[in-house]
Ligand binder design. Structure first.
Ligand code: UDP
Length: 308
C-alpha cells in the first residue's frame, strides 16, 4: 500500500508512520509542525519508502502517484492547544477534512478520519456507545475541537453516501505513550513531567472526573484493523478501564518513585465529568481489545520522559 498520513509528525501520526513502514508499505507524511516536532520522524527520514511534505493540510494537497489510503490525523489534540489555536483547530477539522476527502476521492483511496470521544462532549451516558449523540457546548473553549470533529464526521459520511467512497471513522479515546510532548498540557504528560521533577502534581478540580487511558500500541493495532475492515460507520477505540484523575495522578507518582505533592487547580470550563468507551463494536466486528495494562503502559511512557 501507499498511505498518506496527515499529521504524520504528531504523537499518533508518527506511530502510524512507524507501524506502516515496518509492515513494508510506502508512507507519505504531511505535517506543518504546529503542535508536533521533526524529532518524531527523524528516524524515518533515511527510509526510501518514506516521503515527508511540510504543509498545512487546510491548503490544497497535491500528491503525485497512486495512493491507497488517506489517514487524516492532523489536528491540535490537547485542550491547552485549542485555547492557543482555536481557529487553526476549527480549520484543520473542517477545511483539512474536506481537502483530505477530496484527495482520497481523486485517488480512489480509502479515507480514515481520526475522530474523538470529544464528539460525546460531557456525556450523560456512561460508557459511551457509538449510537450516543453527545452533549457538546458549541460555543465553549473546547467547542472548536468538538464541533470541528463533529463536522468532519458529517462531511466524511456525506462523501461516503454521495460519492460511495469507502470511509473509516475512528473515535479515539484518551491515548498516551512515548512521543507525547512534555509541554503538551494533557494529564499524563503533565503528571509524569511533574512527578519526575518532584514538583507538585496539578489535579484540576477535585480530581473525581474520570478518564480511560489507552496505550498507543493498542490504538495503532485498532487503527490497522479498522482500516482493513469494511465498516464505514464510527468505531470507538479506547481502553474501557475507567479511573478518576486523582487515581491516575497517584499511580503515576508511585510508578515514577516521586515525592511530589498533589495540588488542586481550577477545573477547566466544560471539562467532561466521565469518559469511558463502550467497545462492543470494536470487539465483535474487529476482534480488537486493548492488551497493554495501565501500569505497564505508564512505565514505558515514564521511561521515555526520563530519557528526555
Ligand atoms: N487534568 C488535570 N491536571 C492536569 C491536566 C489535566 O487534572 O495537569 C485533568 C483535566 O481537567 C481532565 C483530565 O485531567 O479532567 C484529562 O485531561 P486531558 O487534558 O488529558 O484531556 P481531556 O480528556 O480532557 O481531553
Amino acid at each position: 500500500m501507499r498511505l498518506v498520513i496527515m499529521g504524520g509528525a504528531g504523537f499518533l501520526g508518527s506511530h502510524l508512520v512507524e507501524h506502516f513502514l515496518a509492515q513494508g508499505h510506502k508512507v507519505v507524511a504531511i505535517d506543518n509542525f504546529k503542535t508536533s516536532t521533526p524529532k518524531n520522524i527523524a528516524a524515518f527520514r533515511k527510509n526510501k519508502r518514506f516521503t515527508f511534505i511540510e504543509q498545512d493540510v487546510t491548503r490544497f494537497i497535491k500528491i503525485p502517484g497512486a495512493v491507497d489510503a488517506v489517514l487524516h490525523f492532523a489536528s491540535p489534540a490537547s485542550p491547552i492547544d485549542y485555547l492557543h489555536f482555536p481557529i487553526p483547530t476549527l480549520k484543520v477539522g473542517a477545511l483539512g477534512t474536506h481537502n483530505a476527502l477530496g484527495l482520497a476521492k481523486h485517488k480512489k483511496a480509502v479515507f480514515m478520519l481520526a475522530s474523538t470521544s470529544e464528539v460525546y462532549g460531557d456525556p450523560q451516558v456512561n460508557p459511551q456507545p457509538e449510537s450516543y449523540w453527545g452533549n457538546v457546548n458549541p460555543i465553549g473553549p473546547r467547542g472548536v475541537y468538538d464541533e470541528a470533529k463533529r463536522f468532519a464526521e458529517a462531511m466524511t459520511m456525506a462523501y461516503h453516501r454521495y460519492h460511495g467512497m469507502p470511509v473509516r471513522i475512528i473515535r479515539i479515546f484518551n491515548t498516551y505513550g512515548p512521543r507525547m510532548r512534555k509541554q503538551d498540557g494533557r494529564a499524563v504528560p503533565n503528571f509524569i513531567t511533574q512527578a519526575l521533577k518532584n514538583k507538585p502534581i496539578t489535579v484540576y478540580g477535585r480530581g473525581l472526573q474520570t478518564r480511560s487511558l489507552c496505550y498507543v500500541s493498542d490504538l495503532v493495532r485498532g487503527i490497522d484493523k479498522l482500516l482493513r475492515s469494511k465498516i464505514n460507520e464510527p468505531v470507538n477505540i479506547g481502553n474501557p478501564r475507567e479511573l478518576t484523575i486523582l487515581e491516575i495522578a497517584e499511580t503515576i507518582r508511585t510508578l515514577a518513585g516521586s515525592k511530589s505533592k498533589i495540588v488542586h487547580k481550577p477545573l477547566p470550563v466544560d471539562d467532561p465529568h466521565v469518559r469511558r468507551p463502550d467497545i462492543t463494536i470494536a470487539k465483535s466486528k474487529l476482534g480488537w481489545t486493548p492488551e497493554v495494562g495501565l501500569e505497564e503502559g505508564l512505565r514505558r511512557t515514564i521511561e521515555y520522559f526520563r530519557k528526555g
